[in-house]
Design a protein around this ligand. Sequence first.
Ligand code: MLT
Length: 440
Amino acid sequence: MSALKCGSIGSVAVLGSILPHRPILPHSYTPMDVDLVIYPDLCDSFGHLNQASYLTLFERARWEVMARGPGMDFFQKAGVWPAVRKAGIDYLAQVFPGDTLRFGHTLTHLGRTSLTLRQTARRVSDDQLVATAEFTFVCLGTDGRPVPVPRPFSDLFASPTVGGEARRITVHGVNLAVDQAGEGQALLLIHGYPLNRSLWRHQLGAFPGWRTIAPDLRGMGESDAPDLGYSMATYAEDLVSLLDSMGVDEAVICGLSMGGYIAMEILRRHRQRVRGLVLMDTRMEADSSEGRKARDAAAQAARDKGAAAIAEAMLPKLFASPDAEHVGQAWDDVRQMILTTPVPGIVGALSAMRDRLDSTGLLPTLDDLPALVVVGEDDRITPYAAARAMAELLPMGRLEAIGGAGHLAPLERPDEVTRALADFLGSISPASAAPAGRQS
Ligand code: MLT
């Protein structure tokens, strides 16, 4: 059998016609998503969706995208065939008849005659990532020779992140979504639990002379959410590999809450990669035995009731005011961030936080490391006293309290946080980092 399989964009009937219904779409739906119901004919004698059937389903999903876009006869009309050059599937969870899978599409590489398309399949009922696949296509003309990728085809799959500042980067077999903005020295922004990189939307690109890098951690945001494999060490290694992939040797790292736990883990493992440290709305101590039990209870709630149970429990504690009306848009944004976090990512983060090491002994050893501790004055999760204790232990530590902010200071008081970060970055590299609009 030839490794080059022509015509793999498909040759099946219009998919919409074989779907009995489209389920109610949760918030994570985008127009490029395709929902397919699993019928028994795709399953094996054990009652699971068979591994070979995934190829068919991924192909059907691509066909559906074509049908919604330039039409399924596009290639015939253009005299071009996309031939599969390479295919790889990661099977992550079992799927059964009656499940509805949502297929997502991202263009991860666009060459002159070839492109690589990444597809994901999530079960709609629990948002579980069940499989990811990567297909590399070469476009061939009628004479069988490579020809340029037709624009309507590449445009169809190009997400706003491709070709823009945001990127997708695979580390340790997990594909991470990353925003970056600006040029210069690297500032890595690590979000907390169970949030995503949009926590840093006001700080991204806000520091002239600095390249801000804000990834979604594994299991959160638009990054892959494997079932297993979550620990502070794993998050830390993911981020260091991400920096490797982006050509960054040394960065100032800034972590909020769980992001702070990860920042401390990076220091424990890769001290030489860290130029400066910002610990924001976080703490240095490990969980108490009560705290560990609470993590397990929260994980069970997430398994039983989904991300909504976590949103309901956390939202009133995250801001300076427990009242949505005082907080405004940020409340809805954070609610949405939590609701769109896949359950395996929530459960994984809870176990990673439960098992994290105590960093009380680490901080006093960081004698030559510029460090800033930032805390919302009304932080009710990691309060002011916890921040002050960290600042006192850090040999080069300084404390900055943000008035009118709770646990999510970068969203609740963005200008003040940006200014505090800019001053700190400026102290590391004096010629840089006045926030935009504040340069003289
Ligand atoms: C976070 O905001 O990352 C978490 O609430 C931290 C924690 O629960 O310890």
